[in-house]
Design a protein around this ligand. Structure first.
Ligand code: ADP
Length: 245
């Protein structure tokens, strides 16, 4: 960390399920501060790619974070190296408050001894900052189960922030959100981008158009196109891939 620029380098990433190649020889390089949209028709391999990077499914090839190989490491080791992800269905502790969810996330991966010795002021400062960033400061004492769908997604992102994830892989964060929630999420992504690397699996082209950023199109497990939103939208191969589903 510090002065060194973070990067995520995916090389020749492949995932097979019983001989079926869900992800096929994918290369992708992302630098600190990059916001990258990952799109593609259903079944293209987007979620499997995130699963492979975060250690949920076995894969071949190479995934390096700032020179450290992630493939072969366990889920919690990869999380500790600063690679965090969200799921399509937000996984928060419904009975616990927003604050308690963040507190648990902040302690995740640490030993009990470290958690007992941690300086409370230090922790709550980063949690305070995360609450601000995700816009849930005023709802901190609400049980997470009572939050709106969008707010749960933001809480999940907040949980990654307090874990100090520098690479965030967000699986369809705006799916099922209202227009207002989408706009809020756009602002949230702009707030957390810049210093972190963010990959967003997305379907909504209108949502993406508001970002001056590049898009990677996945189809049948392989990269089909890369470019600006306008470029990939105009690409006949991309149009065909979407029509084929
Ligand atoms: P996307 O996220 O782009 O919609 P997925 O990564 O979910 O695509 O799926 C890619 C392909 O891999 C699909 O054909 C899907 O059926 C298959 N697949 C995903 N997970 C598994 C699994 N655990 N076992 C077998 N096939 C799977």
């Amino acid at each position: 960390a510090g002065m060194h620029s973070d990067y995520l380098e995916v090389r020749g990433l492949s995932v097979e399920f019983d001989g079926f190649k869900a992800v096929s020889n994918v290369d992708l390089t992302l630098f600190q501060g990059d916001l990258r949209f990952l799109i593609g028709p259903n079944g293209a391999g987007k979620t499997t790619m995130i699963d492979a990077i975060t250690g949920l499914v076995p894969a071949t090839g190479s995934v390096q974070k700032s020179g450290v190989e992630l493939l072969g490491k366990k889920v919690h080791q990869i999380a500790r190296l600063g690679v965090g992800r969200t799921f399509q269905t937000a996984s928060v502790f419904e009975e616990l408050s927003v604050l308690q969810n963040l507190d648990i996330a902040a302690g995740a991966g640490r030993s009990v001894w470290t958690m007992l010795r941690r300086r409370p002021a230090e922790v709550s400062e980063s949690i305070e900052q995360a609450l601000e960033t995700i816009g849930l400061s005023k709802l901190r004492n609400k049980p997470a189960g009572t939050l709106a769908h969008g707010q749960k997604q933001w809480l999940e992102i907040g949980m990654l922030l307090v874990q100090n994830a520098s690479v965030l892989l967000l699986d369809e964060p705006v799916a099922g959100m209202s227009q207002e929630e989408r706009e809020e999420t756009g602002n949230l992504l702009r707030r957390i981008g810049g210093e972190r690397t963010v990959v967003v699996v997305e379907h909504d082209m209108d949502f993406m158009r508001n970002f001056a950023t590049s898009v990677t199109v996945l189809a049948r497990g392989a990269i089909l196109a890369e470019g600006s939103v306008a470029e990939v939208q105009a690409d006949p191969a991309v149009q065909e891939a979407y029509l084929g589903t």
